[in-house]
Design a protein around this ligand. Structure first.
Ligand code: PRP
Ligand code: URA
Length: 212
């Protein structure tokens, strides 16, 4: 039996290649942001693989045929501020019309507890698929709080995309939300005493926005 049944790690060589440069501390801010953007497009391809499709009739220049389309207005991207913003544009490249529902959360550096400071609920949440995006799943506190918030507001279908996950965070998240699939680029070794992921990539928000 799989240790983490809700976790899918994408071992695609392009994702692993780009992640290597994202992890590298000498990678400059501009490149870090570009690579995060590219990896999020690749992970979006994976995470959307089971989206429902609807049959439509399309007239090609030669004849009418049955094609299949996604209901893009049913897809909602949920970046966890701030670092989750780094994964937004990459997903929007594939699903440009989807809604973007920001969740403002930060991890209190002393208690490590997530503090919510912004959330605007979506209408008809039970009809939509929510894709939470955050590069880091460390203790799991932020992702758990975000999924709690979405569910409290009626969400029934949630997935979670991250770049780097710690086993501690995956364990906590799958315990709290066993119905939410996690898609990650890597499962790392664990957390240090400050709850940073090892080997990780450092503080994602600080590297993305240059606030070290
Ligand atoms: C980081 C990261 C996650 C969270 C993960 O955000 O982007 O949201 O930590 O840690 P957890 O799994 O232990 O909750 P941070 O709180 O540093 O805020 P920021 O995105 O504004 O930098
Ligand atoms: N948040 C980050 O940005 N990095 C970590 O390693 C853990 C939490």
């Amino acid at each position: 039996m799989k240790r983490f049944p809700t976790l899918t790690i994408s071992n695609h060589p392009l994702i692993q290649h780009k992640l290597a440069y994202i992890r590298d501390k000498t990678t400059p801010k501009k490149v870090f942001k570009e690579l995060m953007d590219e990896v999020s497009t690749l992970l979006a391809y994976e995470i959307t693989k089971n989206l429902p499709v609807r049959a439509v009739q399309v007239e090609t220049p030669l004849q009418t045929t049955t094609c299949h389309v996604i209901d893009v207005d049913k897809v909602v991207l949920v970046p966890l501020l701030r670092a989750g913003l780094g994964l937004v544009e990459g997903v929007l490249k594939l699903i440009p019309s989807c809604a973007v529902c920001h969740v403002g959360l930060y991890r209190d550096h002393e208690t490590l507890e997530p503090q919510t400071y912004y959330f605007k609920p979506m209408s008809s949440p039970e009809e939509r698929m929510f894709i939470m995006v955050d590069p880091m799943l460390a203790t799991g506190g932020s992702a758990i709080a975000s999924a709690d918030l979405l569910k409290k507001n009626g969400a029934k279908n949630i997935k979670f995309m991250c770049l780097v996950a710690a086993p501690e965070g995956v364990e906590a998240f799958q315990h709290a939300h066993p119905d939410v699939e996690i898609y990650a680029a890597a499962l790392d070794d664990g957390l240090n005493e400050s709850a940073y992921i090892l080997p990780g990539l450092g503080d994602a928000g600080d590297r993305l926005f240059g606030t070290q």
